[in-house]
Design a protein around this ligand. Structure first.
Ligand SMILES: Cc1cc2nc3c(=O)[nH]c(=O)nc-3n(C[C@H](O)[C@H](O)[C@H](O)COP(=O)(O)OP(=O)(O)OC[C@H]3O[C@@H](n4cnc5c(N)ncnc54)[C@H](O)[C@@H]3O)c2cc1C
Ligand SMILES: *[C@@H]1O[C@H](CO)[C@@H](O)[C@H](O)[C@H]1NC(C)=O
Ligand SMILES: *[C@@H]1O[C@H](CO)[C@@H](O)[C@H](O)[C@H]1NC(C)=O
Ligand SMILES: *[C@@H]1O[C@H](CO)[C@@H](O)[C@H](O)[C@H]1NC(C)=O
Ligand SMILES: *[C@@H]1O[C@H](CO)[C@@H](O)[C@H](O)[C@H]1NC(C)=O
Ligand SMILES: *[C@@H]1O[C@H](CO)[C@@H](O)[C@H](O)[C@H]1NC(C)=O
Ligand SMILES: *[C@@H]1O[C@H](CO)[C@@H](O)[C@H](O)[C@H]1NC(C)=O
Ligand SMILES: *[C@@H]1O[C@H](CO)[C@@H](O)[C@H](O)[C@H]1NC(C)=O
Length: 621
């Protein structure tokens, strides 16, 4: 590191205006890149220089720079950004649902008709789009297909204005330098899965990392500081769960990634921690990282590992996406393939009646600690529907376990269900390979509904250790359910591997349940009504779950934008150090993510006053 900074600073110091600089070349840790600036007119050339050029960054204005501001970059500047990136700049991207609106370019009634609610909610439709966000509520609901929601027209709302379709680190550097030098808001989007809308931002410049898809298998990776010696995958950050799992399967390996098929496991998932069907054995996604390649806020392209840029390496493993830099690759541990036993089944109060249903559910809590300790992962749902309740294992997933071992774990609860006369068919299935088990067990994830917000709680072991505590937790889950909250839970533990000092939320480790519940509001509610319901949920059911788990936390990637005290909730004891590192690694506040580390200083001033990305990002006075 450092050779570039020294060279540029020295040259610039001699004469900025008559600068002979024709290229900004980066030479960091053996990574060489060249961005040739010789054809860039001198009027806009400074917008492309790395921070080592000594260019002052912001003028302290309250908000980021937006169209209509004097400082908004000229057309010439955007043209140069496009040319320098080899034509990879997408301007004024249109939302997918624009095809439904006659006043929009690309109006296509037939295409629009294909966007029925179930079709629209499939994640595959959205992930290959440059701007779509799978959290329409956080986007601002400004362009929905009418089958889903009447957005009363189509505007770009919380979507960005420009997108760099990045396939090389150099494209990321260009966008980073341009945003830092101009003050334009920067966002990073990979797949758009983020629940809180952190992959969007009104009129921003977006770095789209989705097409960074290279996967390289490394037979033997050694890092004595991390105590690791074994196979690894070096993966582009755009690689998704279904891609890396397949690549690993072909090598007789597994990697730690999410249950969701299309989640960007090498992007936002891994930087936010990331829980996995394998977390009981190997920890979070972040715990399995051996190295990142990263473009920093200064525009440098560096390696962050246990010996280089160690602060950045620590922060990127759990500190959250879009905060410390833009990763372009991640190297992760590859573990041996393993057998899995899984089970999917459910029962409903429509058949059992309320009393038996709740007794059956109550008895389930008696197994959570044992199931977590055994390294199993259960994705289960509790869904209220017009006075009835449905419970489902979707699935119980036991990596490394035979049918006999898995059945032994489940049997104590099954005995209770039998005693209560609950009918169920557990369909306990054995798979020789993780890949096959994963593919057949988990549902394809859906895009969020237009009238929902979800909050999560990481319930520690203490909430389940005594019969009294289990009764208390049961009552709170039931009460939230009776208040019509859809619930999704993960019964698991997250192993703490050796040599594992990183920024992953401290609240993961004593945890046995990641529990989520959602508030819904009637479609077409006014902004005032939505806000009222969301606050009532936060002050009511969400607060009651916090009250019975004092000092516990929430998962930053599956959370509510209104989560109070998010620093403590999302990172626990690590938060103070993360704040220090944010100041050090991104003194410009170039990167911003709502509820990200250091984001307290900024706020999206949304046009409707709701918690979403449809407004300017401004400093909090
Ligand atoms: C249906 C569904 C299923 C899910 N399943 C799981 C699961 O099993 N386990 C789990 O832990 N989580 C799960 N999640 C949550 C998931 O981890 C987060 O949504 C995560 O942020 C997705 O990352 P992404 O890159 O795909 O999404 P994006 O929305 O594109 O990005 C998420 C955040 O990361 C930032 N980011 C992305 N790439 C980079 C990069 N290269 N450098 C810097 N910042 C970056 C973005 O700016 C944004 O802030 C699920 C989410 C959904 C919607
Ligand atoms: C600083 O930003 C403000 C607000 O955008 C703008 O009005 C002003 O002209 C800028 N000042 C300088 C010196 O660039
Ligand atoms: C983005 O880049 C990828 C890879 O080059 C390409 O396949 C894709 O069509 C591009 N998408 C858009 C919308 O430009
Ligand atoms: C970290 O990365 C640097 C730069 O690529 C490399 O020289 C060093 O060997 C790496 N450290 C480890 C422990 O692999
Ligand atoms: C809800 O259930 C009641 C009876 O329990 C029934 O009359 C009503 O039609 C149901 N409503 C819906 C929307 O299913
Ligand atoms: C079951 O409980 C719900 C409320 O939690 C209630 O609305 C419903 O009527 C009850 N069903 C029966 C059959 O008593
Ligand atoms: C049991 O589960 C397996 C794997 O998910 C599935 O293939 C099979 O059809 C299921 N059997 C029944 C009877 O549902
Ligand atoms: C929402 O409003 C639109 C028109 O304003 C109406 O057509 C639609 O039926 C409403 N939806 C619901 C669920 O009330």
């Amino acid at each position: 590191m450092g050779s570039l900074s020294f060279w540029l600073t020295a040259v610039l110091a001699s004469s900025v205006r008559a600068s002979p600089i024709l290229s900004s070349s980066v030479d960091a840790d053996g990574l060489n890149l060249d961005i040739d600036l010789k054809d860039v007119p001198s009027s806009v050339r400074p917008l492309f220089l790395p921070s080592a050029s000594g260019r002052p960054i912001t003028n302290g204005s309250r908000c980021k720079v937006y169209p209509g501001d004097d400082e908004w970059p000229s057309d010439e500047a955007w043209t140069q950004l496009n040319d320098l990136s080899g034509g990879r700049l997408i301007g004024n991207p249109t939302p997918l649902a624009a095809v439904c609106y006659p006043d929009q370019p690309g109006y296509d009634a037939v295409k629009c008709a294909s966007y029925t609610t179930p079709e629209w909610q499939r994640s595959y439709i959205h992930m290959n789009d440059p701007i779509e966000m799978m959290s329409p509520v956080a986007q601002g609901m400004t362009c929905s297909p009418p089958a889903l929601f009447d957005s009363r027209g189509c505007t770009r709302g919380g979507f960005p204005k420009y997108v760099v379709n990045a396939t090389e680190p150099k494209h990321v550097q260009l966008a980073v330098n341009f945003a830092r030098n101009t003050g334009v808001r920067l966002v990073v989007r990979n797949t758009g899965h983020d629940f809180l809308g952190k992959s969007g931002g009104k009129d921003a410049l977006s770095i789209w990392t989705h097409w960074m898809k290279d996967i390289e298998y490394i037979e033997e990776y050694k890092d004595s500081n991390l105590g690791y010696s074994g196979p690894a995958f070096k993966s582009g950050v755009g690689v998704q769960a279904f891609e890396i799992y397949k690549a690993a399967h072909e090598k007789g390996r597994v990697v730690v990634g999410g249950e969701g098929e299309t989640v960007g496991v090498m992007g936002g998932y891994i930087q936010g921690g990331g829980h996995s069907p394998l977390s009981g054995l190997y920890g979070t996604g972040a715990d399995n990282v051996l190295a990142f390649e990263v473009v920093t806020a200064d525009g440098d392209y560096v390696v962050a590992n246990s010996t280089s840029n160690t602060d950045l390496f620590w922060a990127l493993r759990g500190g959250g996406g879009s905060t410390f830099g833009v990763a372009t690759s991640v190297t992760v541990k590859a573990h041996p393939d393993l057998e899995v036993t899984a089970s999917r089944f459910g029962f409903s109060s429509a058949k059992t009646g309320n009393e038996t249903f709740w007794a059956a559910f109550r008895s389930y809590l008696d197994s959570w600690i044992a199931n977590a300790d055994a390294g199993t992962y259960t994705y289960w749902t509790l869904i209220p529907n017009n006075g009835t309740f449905a419970f489902a294992f979707s699935p119980f997933f036991a990596p490394g376990k035979s049918v006999k071992e898995a059945t032994a774990l489940l049997q104590p609860w099954f005995n209770q269900l039998n005693q209560l006369g609950v009918q169920f068919d557990p369909n306990i299935t054995h798979f020789d390979h993780y890949y096959d088990a994963w593919r057949s067990s988990f549902p394809l994830e859906a895009v969020q509904k237009p009238n929902v917000a979800t909050a999560s709680r990481l319930f520690p072991r203490a909430n389940l250790e005594t019969a009294e505590k289990r009764q208390e937790l049961y009552e709170h889950i039931r009460s939230s359910s009776e208040n019509n909250r859809v619930q999704v839970h993960f019964n698991m533990q997250v192993k703490d591997p050796a040599n594992n000092d990183n920024a992953v939320n401290t609240h993961w480790r004593p945890m046995v349940s990641l529990s989520m519940h959602s508030v819904r509001w009637p479609i077409n509610s006014t902004a005032t009504e939505i806000l009222r319901r969301r606050k009532e949920f936060q002050d009511g059911d969400a607060q009651s779950w916090r009250d019975i788990s004092p000092g516990a936390g929430s998962y930053l990637a599956e959370a509510d934008r209104l989560e109070p005290n998010f620093g403590q909730a999302f990172w626990g004891d690590k938060y103070p150090r993360l704040l220090e590192l944010k100041k050090k690694l991104d003194p410009y506040d170039l990167f911003y993510a709502h509820t990200g580390v250091g984001s307290e200083k900024w706020r999206v001033e949304s046009v409707d006053g709701l918690p979403n990305e449809n407004g300017k990002l401004c400093r909090v006075e």
